[in-house]
Design a protein around this ligand. Structure first.
Ligand code: DQA
Length: 144
């Protein structure tokens, strides 16, 4: 069984991007953490990042029938994209939304998420550990 881990815009810059907010880990470090956590539960992970909204939507469509769940950090599109929310709703796969930072203690424009209503739950503020916790929860769900 396989999980799709999707990362939105600017997350390719992790490590150097606003380290006070996002920490010093790179996206490659987070991928390693995801692969390791998934492997502990006999799950595979396909890990992707894009700065192009349409590409992310295509990947969500293609997940149907190929993946057991989607972990998504939609980054800035969290707060702007009805299209990503609709794509996630369309494929009818379990979704967990993850943010490195606690968006609720940041600017007001980060307090609203278009994605949360189609997610099982949201992890925000736990840094890369949020990705690990989300994968643990998928493992728990898929065992049941
Ligand atoms: C983010 C939070 C978003 O508000 C922001 O636009 C990001 C990253 C996070 O992981 O904390 O790019 O999703």
């Amino acid at each position: 069984r396989s999980l799709l881990v999707l990362n939105g815009p600017n997350l390719n810059l992790l490590g150097t991007r606003e380290p006070a907010t996002y920490g010093h880990e790179t996206l490659a470090d987070i991928e390693t953490l995801c692969q390791r956590t998934a492997a502990e539960h006999d799950l595979a992970v396909e890990f992707r990042q894009t700065n192009h909204e349409g590409e992310l939507i295509d990947w969500i469509h293609q997940a149907r029938g190929r993946h057991a769940g989607i972990l998504i950090n939609p980054a800035a599109w969290t707060h702007t994209s009805v299209a990503i929310r609709d794509a996630l709703a369309a494929v009818e796969l379990p979704v967990i939304e993850v943010h490195l930072s606690n968006v609720h203690k940041r600017e007001a424009f980060r307090h609203h998420s278009f994605v949360s209503p189609v997610a099982i739950g949201v992890l925000a503020g736990f840094g890369s550990n949020g990705y690990r916790l989300a994968i643990e929860h998928f493992a728990h769900l898929l065992k049941a």
